[in-house]
Design a protein around this ligand. Structure first.
Ligand code: GLN
Length: 514
């Protein structure tokens, strides 16, 4: 049976990932393509529906991202969101202009729920707006089906042609009934049956990987993180011992982490693959000696990682494929896959390859979001502690230690962090706080322990709540938990005489990403 597909056309909006994600939450498979993609190619995919995303341009300006009229004439339902809504109306003969008052943020909207787009949606509902331009004249055949105080066309439809446009962003959670609107579009208007599941993803990937790899050899750099673990297991399931995983222990992992990874993927674990662990701790500490500038530390760790991996790869000899645990946000953030501006270069994307002798890269998770990767991980039977591992940056503890990294400081922060994590779990908070860890400030101060003067380090505790890791609030940890963690760290970890809690939100602070 052919899989039902919804195509999301990317005009560079910042919430595009979310559009794809909401569609998949309706159990409908969807893929994102640039607006530059040839229309014939999109048509050939035979999508059940098309969604046009938001975007930074003003559609009436010269050189703005655009689309062909034919897009709306293929008989395929189209939903335009924000920029997409404006563009749809402009291309079909309406008018878009700069608004006197721009709308940004939570906005009350009045919807006409006789529109199939708004079936089951409250008449007055809250939406999320983010626009400067507005549809000043709808395209012929359209009628307005939602308004706000400032926006006469907050949504419009030409129901007989199955064309819909929404000025606000149903894909963000702030639009309270947004998911319902997208569900209405993909399930009711496009008529998708909603039979897509994560397990079909596993099955399809395993099949596709087998076809691609044949009897070839595959190499994977395993970090123990969620993405590379899931990618490795997927590959192992598909091609078994044709896969070799190299795990570099750089000595900047959390307490016992190296052994935990080995337990799962090593010879005693339950997967069919060749596992190589490289204990390169000393090498990394040597390179890091005397370095305290954070960017330099990152660079050194990244480069040394590549060197170690390269040495191992040379021992293995030529391979046919290299696996990378790239996931969709990596692709978007690096500006490789989508139309959005480049936010940062990402270590997962495009960085590794040229020093290893291989023919092709395999990125089986390239289209998935983090939570989808986790679902696949569970589907594949990967232990929960790995699947729900918190994002942990590549340079690891190297950047949680402020100032110079030494073996002694690594031990301090590992022990403090382990205590902190244990107590968070004991308090039953491990699932509800999105990210928490201990860091070692480079600050020492005088204290007194057992009547003796001490001059030791301060450990800082961080805990944040975030939905998408773009913004975050400091978690309000119960005082008793903080007290318990503090006294345990001071009592059990040498060279620490002070524990601090970081109350900074993001922005202005930041949090760790993988
Ligand atoms: N750039 C357009 C505007 O300002 C569309 C914005 C968007 O898609 N979020 O109205």
């Amino acid at each position: 049976m052919k899989k039902e597909l919804v195509v999301v056309i990317d005009f560079g909006g910042q919430y595009n990932q979310l559009v794809a994600r909401r569609v998949r939450e309706c159990n409908v498979y969807c893929e994102i393509y640039s607006y530059k993609t040839d229309l014939a190619k999109i048509k050939a995919m035979n999508p059940k529906g098309i969604i046009l995303t938001g975007g930074p341009n003003s559609c009436y300006e010269e050189g703005a991202a655009t689309c062909q009229t034919e897009l709306f004439e293929m008989g395929i339902p189209v939903l335009g969101l924000c920029y997409g809504a404006q563009l749809m109306n402009l291309v079909l003969g309406g008018k878009v202009e700069r608004a006197a008052a721009r709308e940004y943020g939570k906005t009350e909207v009045k919807v006409d729920n006789s529109s199939p787009l708004f079936t089951g949606v409250s008449e007055n509902t809250i939406c999320w707006m983010s626009h400067n331009d507005y549809i000043s004249k709808m395209a012929p055949g359209f009628r307005a089906v939602a308004v706000t105080d400032n926006c006469p066309v907050a949504a419009a439809e030409c129901a007989e042609k199955n064309l819909y446009s929404i000025q606000f962003h149903p894909e963000v959670l702030h639009t309270v009934e947004g998911s319902k609107m997208l569900y209405n579009f993909v399930r009711n208007i496009c008529g998708c049956s909603g039979d897509w599941r994560m397990d079909s993803f596993v099955e399809e990937q395993v099949k596709a990987i087998r076809e691609k790899v044949g009897s070839g050899r595959v190499l994977c750099a395993l970090s123990g993180g969620v993405d590379s673990s899931v990618a490795a297991v997927l590959l192992s399931k598909a091609v078994g011992e044709q896969l070799t995983c190299v795990f570099v222990d750089h000595g900047l992992l959390r307490k016992n982490e190296g052994d935990e990874v080995e337990e799962v993927f090593g010879p005693k674990g339950s997967y069919e693959l060749n596992f190589i662990r490289v204990n390169a701790q000393e090498r990394f500490y040597e390179k890091l000696a005397g370095v305290d500038e954070p960017e330099r530390k990152r660079k050194i760790i990244g480069e040394e990682f590549i060197r170690v991996f390269e040495e191992e790869a040379k021992k293995i000899g030529a391979v046919d494929f290299l696996v990378q645990g790239t996931i969709y946000p990596d692709v978007v953030e690096s500006g490789l896959g989508g139309e959005s501006a480049v936010i940062k270069s990402h270590h997962n994307v495009g960085g590794l390859p040229d020093y290893v002798d291989f023919k092709e890269i395999i990125e089986p998770l390239r289209d998935l979001f983090k939570d989808e990767v986790r679902k696949v991980g569970l589907e594949l039977g990967i232990p929960e502690h790995l699947v729900f591992r918190q994002p942990f940056p590549g340079p690891g503890l190297g950047i949680r230690i402020i100032g110079e990294v030494t073996a002694e400081k690594v031990k301090i922060v590992q022990d403090a962090d382990a205590i902190y994590r244990e107590e968070i779990a004991n308090a039953g908070l491990d699932k509800s706080i999105n990210q928490y860890f201990a860091a070692l400030t480079n600050m020492r101060s005088v204290g007194v322990m057992g009547d003796e003067r001490t001059y030791d380090y301060a450990v800082a505790l961080r805990a944040v709540n975030t939905v998408d890791f773009m913004t975050a609030d400091a978690a309000q940890l119960p005082w008793e938990v903080l007290q318990k963690v503090t006294s345990r760290i001071i009592n059990e970890v040498g060279h620490v005489n002070r524990v601090l809690y970081d109350c900074t939100s993001k922005p202005p602070g930041t949090i760790e990403l993988e």
